[in-house]
Design a binder for this molecule. Structure first.
Ligand code: MTE
Ligand code: MO
Length: 347
């Protein structure tokens, strides 16, 4: 793994993408954030023996070989993937979990097949309401709890990919080789890696990774009563200039990325005076559904001083990034404008 990544833990492997690598539209595979709950296999599984089981509420249960997956029509989709806990460490009030700054996110072009096509072949029963995904990774720790997650059937049939390629390469081992789920526009926890079994069921999956985590709840509340984290929140991140950097008077280019999960990023506004006034940034580069948009703002600063730069994204449905994040015990979905402020000096 690239040593430029910020490793938060080795066992399990949790590492975030460095700021410089968030500046390109495509996040390279070697610096793409890595988030794991369990133990990654030390070597890729053999494609000859690998099978994907489709079971549960289907007319024709399947045991698909990798070649059979490849035989489905191939789609390539740019999709920004973000960990539910990204930006957690920027919250003013501490929340438990990996201390992500802004690098628990990345954008890749994923190659694979539509889950809908595969499920169509299996014949989905009319009682099926949820689709659960299980991977080949082994749990860490004595409790031995496997990472199994389900999503509603509507999402599974509408916009979920089974990906075997990442940025034109076979899915790297750390990102789920040979096949992973990608619920487009939804947070990483909804995108199970090293897929082995897909089960169609009437009820949502139960268990630790559905009921105790990836839900937004407050202190004293039962985690299971909280909302499940699904779509990625509207958010703009500033990738330049760097927080705490010093500049000479003149031109300073402010750049970043903005993403909105299943929605489209419609607008990014920038403030260089700590929120007193705002101006629109300009978008540049590709504009694709589910992928982040890059933006920039050419700022001319003549007065030396301390400046606080803020960015505020709005999506196509009119949803605006909040001034401050909606806090919850596990610190999910931090998209607060304040929390993502960048302070610089001009001298
Ligand atoms: N099998 C399996 N899938 C998994 C996980 C895991 O621990 N095991 N972690 C999830 C979480 S929380 C995230 S954020 C994403 C991270 O994907 P990446 O490591 O490819 O960036 O994978 C998800 N899929
Ligand atoms: Mo995550």
């Amino acid at each position: 793994m690239d040593k430029k990544m910020r490793v938060m833990s080795e066992r399990p492997l949790n590492a975030e993408t460095p700021l410089v690598s968030l500046q390109s539209w495509i996040t390279a595979n070697d610096v793409f954030f890595k988030r794991n709950q369990g133990k990654i296999m030390s070597a890729p599984v053999s494609l000859d023996s690998w099978r994907l089981s489709i079971q549960g509420l289907v007319a024709r249960p399947q045991e698909l070989s990798f070649a059979e997956i490849l035989a489905y029509p191939k789609v390539e989709i740019a999709n920004t993937l973000e960990c539910s806990g990204n930006s957690r460490s920027l919250l003013e009030k501490k929340a438990s979990g990996n201390p992500w700054t802004i690098g628990g996110v990345g954008n890749a072009v994923w190659g694979g097949v539509r889950l809908a096509d595969v499920l169509d072949e299996a014949g989905v029963d009319s009682q099926a309401r949820h689709v659960s995904f299980e991977g080949l990774d082994k749990p860490l720790g004595s409790a031995g709890i496997k990472f199994i997650r389900s999503i509603p059937i509507t999402k599974a049939l509408d916009s979920t990919l089974l990906a075997y390629e990442m940025n034109g390469e076979p899915l790297p081992l750390e990102h789920g080789f040979p096949l992973r789920a990608l619920a487009l526009g939804w947070t990483g926890a909804n995108c199970v890696k090293w897929l082995s079994t897909i089960t169609l069921q009437e009820e949502p999956q139960e268990g630790f990774f559905m009921d105790k985590v990836y839900r937004e709840f407050q202190k004293g509340e039962d985690p299971a009563s909280g909302q499940v984290v699904t779509t990625i929140n509207i958010k703009a991140v500033i990738t330049a200039p760097e927080n705490g950097s010093t500049h000479t008077p003149g031109s300073v280019i402010i750049r970043g990325a903005a993403y909105a999960g299943e929605a489209d990023v419609a607008r990014v506004a920038v403030s260089v005076d700590d929120g007193a006034t705002w101006e629109d940034a300009a978008f540049y580069g590709p504009h694709e559904r589910y992928a982040w948009r890059r933006w920039e703002f050419q700022w001319t600063v003549s007065e030396p001083g301390e400046y606080v730069i803020l960015a505020r994204a709005t999506d196509s449905k009119g949803r605006v990034q909040p001034d401050s994040a909606h806090w919850n015990v596990l610190g999910y979905g931090n998209n607060g404008i304040r929390e993502h402020a960048v302070a610089i000096s001009v001298r």
